[in-house]
Design a protein around this ligand. Structure first.
Ligand code: MN
Length: 232
């Protein structure tokens, strides 16, 4: 068998503390998973079932620790927002995974930014159109190295924050998620068969806002450190 042209390389993210890389199959994202963020987006967080959207696997933009990632401001938007998120990396697939076993499917955790063309998203919401151009654009998923659960354990509480040019914009605690990682995996695996290599962006806390070229975002989650991304 031959391909008619060379296939694109497999998107991947380095695993912290070694040479291995985590091959990315799909990127799922949870919408409105912190109450105060749901409210700031004009919704009543009454614990409706979670909803999901996706980004292409090659939207990952690796941000190495100790250096500054470069996020290119996308075209066709004048209102690009940061959303700091904890990312769960799936190491073992499954369908209809019960929440009680769901964390066994997590290989590790990473820092992530769900970069969003908020103006295109607002238009899509108004017109009942898909979110792809708002959420799934090229390099829309800056991500740090993946920290294996075997080294750091599970992450169920701890601060999550994002500063822009040194000023604090987002600060919460991952224990404030409406649907914790285990519940998210249970819901998601009922809709899609999860496979090793899937990444789940678990939602952002309150305080989202716009960045412009030149801004430097510094985001972190307690237990897996901090990363820095410049908008260029
Ligand atoms: Mn998000």
């Amino acid at each position: 068998m031959t391909y008619v042209f060379e296939p694109a390389p497999i998107a991947s993210v380095p695993v912290a503390g070694g040479d291995a890389r985590f091959p990315v199959r799909r990127i799922y994202c949870v919408g409105r998973n912190y109450e105060a963020h749901a409210r700031e987006m004009g919704h009543d967080p009454n614990r409706e079932p979670p909803f999901f959207f996706s980004k292409p696997a090659d939207a990952v933009l690796y941000v190495p620790p100790g250096s500054t990632g470069q996020f290119a401001y996308p075209g066709h938007s004048s209102n690009v927002h940061f959303e700091m998120e904890l990312v769960a990396a799936i190491g073992k697939g499954g369908k209809d995974i019960p929440a009680a076993n769901a964390l066994d499917h997590v290989y590790g955790y990473a820092l992530g930014l769900d970069m969003t063309r908020r103006d295109l998203q607002a238009e899509a919401k108004k017109l009942g159109r898909p979110w792809d151009t708002a959420k799934g654009f090229d390099h829309s998923a800056p991500i740090g190295p993946i920290h294996p659960v075997s080294k750091i354990g599970q992450l169920s509480q701890g601060a999550i924050w994002l500063n822009v040019n040194g000023a604090e914009k987002q600060r919460s605690d991952i224990s404030q998620m409406i649907w914790p990682v285990a519940d998210t995996i249970a819901f998601l695996s009922a809709l899609f068969e999860l496979q090793a290599g899937d990444l789940i962006f678990t939602g952002t806390p309150e305080g989202v806002g716009a960045v412009v070229k030149g801004d430097v975002m510094t985001g972190g989650v307690e237990g897996i450190g901090e990363f820095e991304v410049r908008v260029v």
